[in-house]
Design a protein around this ligand. Structure first.
Ligand SMILES: *Cc1c(COP(=O)(O)O)cnc(C)c1O
Length: 379
């Protein structure tokens, strides 16, 4: 994009663009994490985080990318040798399995075809068939496929059983509603670089009362991610180790923006952006990878075989300044993942549609000027 014909637009499912207001507050000088000024920052986050997570329990910040909170969840809630049911319908579901194996927790995999959604009845059957299963680990939004798993319905299954419902909400929190107390979610976690409009490096995690009771019985084996210790520090307006101060100051500004907008309106915007993305993909005659259960923060587009999404995306970046993501694993060169989460509006969405259509021939697609333009000519 050497001639500045287009603004650079980061339209990936994380990281996402930063609002100017957030960048400004993050540029402030450092404050000390054990002094009153920092406690004031922490106190200012409390209500906004509680509303976002929909919980009366404390939302604990961790200095880590989102995966750190996934590790914290597994290692604090389950003892080595305990079994958990992992919903494996994509790259991030597989990550749950890897984390369990690494920590000695036994993953029982419930495999779901990529692009498909888990059936809560299958979860119910699995829990009833094996009473030793202590948890259900799932992604709310499976970012590798663009699918949204039915967390609310899964919560109805786990609420009446001993198993804890652990939800990776990294690409869902502040993008689509996930009120953890109302839905019976026992652990909800997220990362800063997606819907929260922040740089990477901060994770947030909250546990239900049922989950805290379980955590108290699990022998602590993680020196850094010890959630019982973090809960104690949180009561003092601190974190156990040096806090990611700038990110937390930035979070304060993001939460203020959410409060000014209203969460309802924020979710409405996300829904509208998702509708816009899906309609444009269908109008181009391209295939939506996620069916009716789609995430609200990204739209995954399957290209016809013979096309190469990596080449298409390189062109979109260079010619239009629009950075979107390719697929993962087997779909790396077959899929475009258009992010529309965080500080992104309908103008950005329109430009990304333009860039997708205009870059179509560069990806090896038929048509000189992209599918929708060719169709228009034919008509
Ligand atoms: C982005 C993402 C992650 C990975 O988070 P990191 O911040 O890279 O550790 C995990 N799960 C989901 C669903 C994600 O979208």
């Amino acid at each position: 994009n050497p001639f500045m014909l287009h603004k650079p637009r980061l339209l990936t499912p994380g990281p996402t663009p930063l609002p100017e207001r957030v960048r400004f507050v993050m540029a402030q000088d450092m404050i000390h994490h054990r002094k009153p000024a920092f406690k004031a920052v922490m106190a200012g986050l409390k209500d906004g985080m509680a509303e976002l997570f929909g919980t009366t329990q404390p939302v604990l910040p961790l200095c880590a990318s989102g995966t750190g909170a996934m590790v914290a969840a597994v290692n604090n809630l389950f003892a080595p040798g305990e079994k958990v049911l992992v919903i494996e319908g994509g790259k991030f579901g597989e990550r749950w399995t890897d984390i369990c194996n690494n920590g000695g927790v036994i993953p029982v995999q419930l495999k779901v075809e990529w692009g498909k959604v888990v059936d809560p009845l299958d979860i119910e059957a699995a829990l009833d068939a094996d009473k030793d299963i202590r948890g259900v680990l799932v992604q709310y939004s499976e970012t590798s496929t663009g699918v949204q798993h039915p967390v609310r319905a899964i919560g109805r299954v786990t609420s009446s059983r001993q198993a804890l419902l652990v939800v990776d909400g990294i690409s869902a929190v502040s993008i689509s509603p996930c009120p953890m107390d109302a839905w019976g979610v026992d652990c909800l976690l997220t990362g800063s670089q997606k819907g929260l409009m922040l740089p990477p490096g901060l994770a947030l995690i909250a546990l239900s009362e049922k989950a805290w009771q379980k955590a108290e019985k699990v022998p602590s084996r993680d020196f850094y991610f010890n959630l019982l210790k973090e809960r104690e520090s949180n009561l003092k307006g601190q974190t156990s180790f040096t806090s990611p101060v700038s990110l937390l100051v930035g979070l304060g500004e993001s939460l203020r923006m959410f409060a000014e907008t209203g969460l309802e309106n924020l979710y409405r915007k996300q829904w509208a952006m998702t509708m816009m993305a899906r309609a444009s993909v269908e109008a181009m005659g391209l295939e939506l990878f996620a069916g009716d259960n789609f995430a609200w923060g990204l739209t995954s587009v399957l290209l016809p075989s013979g096309m190469d999404s990596v080449q298409l995306l390189a062109f979109a970046s260079e010619r239009y300044g629009v950075v979107m993501a390719a697929g993962q694993d087997a779909y790396k060169n077959r899929m475009v993942r258009r992010g529309h989460m965080g500080w992104v509006d309908s103008g950005d969405a329109a430009v990304s549609i333009h860039a997708l259509a205009g870059s179509y021939p560069a990806g090896g697609g038929p048509g000189r000027r992209g599918p929708c333009l060719e169709r228009g000519q034919a008509a």
